[in-house]
Design a protein around this ligand. Structure first.
Ligand code: SAH
Length: 247
């Protein structure tokens, strides 16, 4: 009897180890992969500097990318191997989570500071919103596809991003109740910059947006509203985003 007892204890311990060890390993593995992804982004920033005019990104942006757990926003079946590749990934409903380099670049171009109120159009997975939440005072984000918006909102709540508000709506119209915004980031491409978004930008604010036809190369643009209300637009980089759709 005693021998059987000891054996069953041993097997309980073995099972416990099997259950605990892989989880701990995976977490630190994700941390290593994320650190490598940051190094890759730093390299791509250097390689694309002739377009963007930037040899490096703001340290706060790099720090945000270094800490936000992208794997939490990636579909479970891609999580282990793809979360920290510098690539866009499918998130369902024909949509994608943007390439990490693009998330970093857009966050940098928006010139966000800790007291900024930011609007994002195209919540998608919620990853870009989480990165912005690390940089800004509050992030308002709008998603047109209900299941995506609800799922992103759930993840952001679970990870305790308390300074993010998600709305299911057509982002073309912006979010007038909380306007004007210090920065607006659009992660789906319209053929032309939506007028309501320009109106909802503060004086001195920046709108970062891919502009161009569906399924073609588009241009990532930065629109600046100067302190006197003048509009200046700059082309930064050829990109390809999913289209901005209307309800
Ligand atoms: N920022 C996202 C990227 C998502 S891809 C991320 O980090 O994962 C772009 C998203 O824009 C898609 O989820 C798409 O459904 C959404 N979208 C397209 N047109 C929209 C509109 N008019 N208003 C709000 N969201 C829109």
């Amino acid at each position: 009897m005693v021998i059987i007892d000891l054996m069953s204890r041993a097997s309980v311990t073995a099972v416990a180890l099997v259950l605990v060890v892989p989880t701990a390993y995976t977490q630190s593995n994700f941390d290593i992969q994320r650190a490598e992804m940051v190094e890759e982004i730093i390299r791509v920033v250097e390689q694309t500097s002739s377009y963007t005019g930037k040899l490096q990104l703001d340290n706060h942006v790099i720090e945000a990318i270094r800490t936000v757990p992208r794997h939490e926003f990636v579909p479970i079946e891609l999580r282990e191997i793809s979360s920290y590749l510098n690539r866009p990934l499918p998130i369902g409903n024909g949509q994608t989570i943007s390439q990490p380099y693009i998330v970093a670049l857009m966050s940098d171009l928006a010139n966000i500071s800790p007291d900024s109120i930011v609007l994002e159009i195209g919540t998608g997975s919620g990853y870009q919103a989480a990165v912005l939440a690390k940089l800004a005072k509050h992030v308002y984000t709008i998603e047109i596809i209900e299941p995506l918006g609800l799922y992103a909102s759930e993840i952001l709540d679970r990870l305790e991003y308390t300074n993010v508000s998600v709305k299911i709506s057509d982002g073309y119209l912006g979010w007038p109740e909380y306007a004007p915004f210090d920065a607006i980031i659009v992660t789906a491409a319209p053929e032309q910059i939506p007028e309501p978004l320009i109106q909802q930008l503060k004086l001195g604010g920046r709108l970062v947006i891919p502009v161009g036809p569906k399924d073609r190369v588009q241009s990532l643009q930065v629109l600046e509203k100067t302190s006197s209300g003048e509009i200046q637009t700059t082309d930064v980089l050829p990109v390809r985003f999913v289209p901005l759709t209307r309800k």
